[in-house]
Design a protein around this ligand. Structure first.
Ligand SMILES: Cc1cc2nc3c(=O)[nH]c(=O)nc-3n(C[C@H](O)[C@H](O)[C@H](O)COP(=O)(O)OP(=O)(O)OC[C@H]3O[C@@H](n4cnc5c(N)ncnc54)[C@H](O)[C@@H]3O)c2cc1C
Length: 399
């Protein structure tokens, strides 16, 4: 890369959103550069469950067979309940399924797929902030692998650098500080019998999620509420192991790596487009990982963004805020109903007095449980829950 190079698109962050965006833009003929601060493969704290809509997005990107071939295991639905009891089981429709896969594996496949489509990909490049000229974004400032500060110019910059996006912060696009404080501890565990579904055990200040990610390993995520975060201070591994044993009993399950910790998650943004700038994936605002829809939003958001970016780059004005605004609208239409539902789910599941009876009610109403899981799997619209039967069955005790 020469300092005088001007790319059509500079994508910051080689997670699912950034790699999908770079792959799509390169495939459309644009000169795309993808900058990732880490080295691939790299771990990422995540439940590592792709919902059925995310699986569909992988097929659209042309990488589903590779992901399946890399050891991903099918997920047929979720078992969800309070910490101390078996809950209800919601199944995806038989024609679709989710996938459990290690993020190190998934993200490397996507990153390579961007390069295969013709994007220039760089690892070990840490973006420090936007490159501004006359108040307009004309690229990014990065630290290259040799430690040198390097300007990188692009007609369009895509911030896909995740929950704690440097670009979003430097451009003052975070709307407010988090209102819910949670800390997630994630690691792979051996010795959990294989299942074809994920398990979520939910309490007011503690949640445990368990899902298979290949034929041997399960992903376990322990999420601590604000009052319990001090339990992890100084010993996140010990805290994780105690909660693992409490959730599963002493049945031979053993953590096989260091725990990754992350939080808080509730980071909304003011807007997701600006002159020469698009935000995709978690960088475009995040709320809570509980419903496991983030990878779908990253991949589908990149598809929406790439369509608009392609048009804007061809237009006489170039990628101005006005030319990019239709991405903001499409993003809102695609994800706002789900975000509202996430708030309801978070509010209900963190209140045992409401969640326990609801969980019992759903256990007795498999069709309603399936409907809820299909909505959080992004294969049915949120409004389908508003049908009278479903709504009643969600709130009324079982007959
Ligand atoms: C505890 C937890 C559990 C979750 N479980 C699930 C789940 O089961 N299913 C699901 O669908 N979603 C889940 N999510 C959400 C999911 O992880 C995210 O929504 C998804 O990773 C978003 O993808 P992304 O590409 O936007 O960001 P990321 O995956 O975070 O990728 C961002 C990339 O940008 C890079 N980067 C960051 N800063 C810079 C910089 N300055 N310069 C260069 N590169 C940079 C990072 O190294 C990273 O590779 C979970 C999230 C959490 C926190």
């Amino acid at each position: 890369m020469r300092q005088t190079d001007v790319y059509d698109v500079v994508v910051v962050g080689g997670g699912p959103a950034g790699s999908a965006m770079a792959r799509r833009m390169a495939a459309a003929g644009w000169r795309a550069l993808l900058l990732e601060r880490g080295e691939m493969p790299r771990r990422k704290p995540c439940g590592e469950c792709l919902n059925p809509a995310a699986v569909r997005e992988l097929a659209r990107l042309g990488v589903l067979d590779r992901v399946r071939g890399a050891g991903a295991v099918p997920l047929r639905g979720w078992e969800i309940g309070p910490l101390d009891r078996t809950g209800f089981r919601g199944r995806f429709p038989p024609t679709v399924h989710g996938l459990g896969i290690r993020r190190a594996v998934l993200d490397e496949i996507l990153f390579r797929a961007a390069a295969e489509a013709g994007a220039e990909t760089r690892t070990g490049w840490q973006v420090r902030g936007p490159l501004l000229e006359g108040g307009r974004i004309v690229g990014v400032e990065a630290i290259d692998p040799d430690g040198s500060r390097t300007p990188v110019r692009g007609r369009l910059v895509v911030a896909a650098d995740g929950l704690r996006s440097k670009l979003v912060r430097r451009l003052d696009l975070v709307r407010r500080s988090p209102r819910i404080w949670k800390l997630a501890l994630a690691a792979h565990v051996r010795g959990i019998p294989p299942r074809d579904h994920g398990v979520l055990k939910l309490g007011s200040e503690l949640c445990v999620g368990i899902a298979p990610v290949d034929s041997e390993l399960a992903n376990v995520v322990v999420v601590l509420g604000k009052n319990r975060i001090p339990e992890a201070r100084g010993d996140s591994g010990g805290c994780f192991d105690r909660q693992l044993e409490a959730a599963l009993g002493n049945g031979g399950a053993a953590r096989c790596e260091d725990v990754l910790a992350t939080g808080p998650f509730d980071i909304p943004v003011r807007r997701i487009v600006d002159d020469g700038l698009l935000l995709v994936g978690d960088a475009a605002g995040y709320y809570d990982p509980l419903t496991g829809q983030g990878i779908y939003r990253a991949l589908h958001g990149a598809a929406l963004a790439a369509r608009v970016a392609d048009r804007a780059l061809r237009s006489p004005t170039g990628p101005t805020r006005g030319a990019l605004r239709s991405y903001e609208e499409a993003h809102g239409r695609a994800f706002s109903p789900g975000r509202r539902l996430q708030r309801v789910v978070e509010a209900v599941t963190s209140r045992p007095a409401i969640f326990s009876p609801l969980s019992r009610s759903l256990a007795a109403r498999p069709a309603a449980a399936d409907a809820l899981v299909a909505v959080t799997g992004d294969i049915r619209p949120v409004r389908s829950l508003a049908s009278i039967d479903t709504a009643l069955s969600l709130v009324l005790p079982s007959r």
